[in-house]
Design a protein around this ligand. Sequence first.
Ligand code: FHN
Length: 463
Amino acid sequence: MTTEEGAIRLTEALQKRVNALAKAHGGTASEVVCYLLERALRELNARPAIAEGRSQREGAREDPRLDWWRAARFGMFIHWGLYAIPAGVWKGEEIPGIGEWIMYRARIPMAEYEQLAKEFNPVKFDAAEWVSLAKKAGQKYLVITSKHHDGFCMYKSEVGDYNIVDATPFGRDPMKELAAECERQGIRFGFYYSQTQDWHHPDGDANDWDYDEGEKDFAGYIDNYVKPQVRELLTNYGPTCLIWFDTPKRITAEQSSSLLHLVHEIQPDCLVSGRLGNTLGDYASAGDNAIPEEAVDVDWETPATINDTWGFKTHDHNWKSTEDLIRKLVDIVSKGGNYLLNVGPTAEGVIPQPSVDRLLAMGDWLKVNGEAVYETTPGPIQGVDWCRSTVKPGKVYLHVFEWPEGGEIKVPEIDKEVAKAYLLADPSCTALPVSSDGDGVIVKGPAQAPDAIDTVIVLTVEG
Ligand code: FHN
């Protein structure tokens, strides 16, 4: 069956169902669809940002191994693999959804998808350039797909030859090059690894078009394939800051636990993402692009896209603005989280220019305002639209998103005496007039917003 036939059949099946519902409940088909969509949206919005099983394991909240990660606040995620070749288009047809899911969405037979490896030759790949971009963006760690759900290994694995060194004309190991560059440029290096879904391995989860799900030996796949690969990753690439497991799905608590122990046994300082599953990760993982409504008292991270896809897609031009990205970073940090922002390089090994432009602009902003982001914790002002706040000992940072007319900033009561207020962007730290009324303090800033995206005001406070 072609994808097109699949889509038509699905449409017909849906149509029948919708018609039946409309008949049973006395409405039109479009009323039924609108009702269902609204209900689904309400349910989606009501979902907690951190799903069950993806939160932080007991005892990790106080673990000093996470101190660097807590201070870092901003990382680079890289989704790179064979899916960058079709880049969202299969046999002339645009395949909806995220780029790295093309094999699944178009139900591409494994034997056909595998052929992409013969074409993969990213001659423009330059590890030094990628790492330098992350540094310029102000990102403190880099996490890259060593194996995504398509099962193709972007590193030299001895456990099978479906990997970039053995199966492509490129023949180089980009993970080796990136690990070395991260070390050289002083940024932490980590791996994404899809532990449950593997659409290539006969016993991995989710490929039901080539294999029979009921026949799979998932436990054998974890023991004989996943574990040796995790061992390779943690043995051959120097210090690994974290392993970013994903989509836990059918993994059992025992399997998650044994992976956690394996990682910690080989590299005790290596962190494990919350998507290991079964609430066993070292830190919690929010949903993709999901930001909790309020500060959360666990260590958590939001993985996020700059456009709408993780793996490169030719037709996705829905780039978020720099303003949006900076404010998302600040919003997340003000609630105690980290922002792991993705780039999806092309099959040639190039990070798309719109991503580069935005990351550089974020870096410029952080050069001036990083003090109010790195090594901070959630500040006292929460739950208002116009401002976010972060703190460090002796300092409260107000991130003003909406500058009041006239420049008088009314700060709600905070439980410490304000000794001085100044603009973080002002190198001379000139004091801004501070007065108080019954409800808090008033800082008199410039009439116009000094920074249209986020003006940071520093309040020095006692203690
Ligand atoms: O299915 C994956 C997806 O491809 C991507 O890797 C994201 C990144 O957080 N994780 C999964 C979906 O949540």
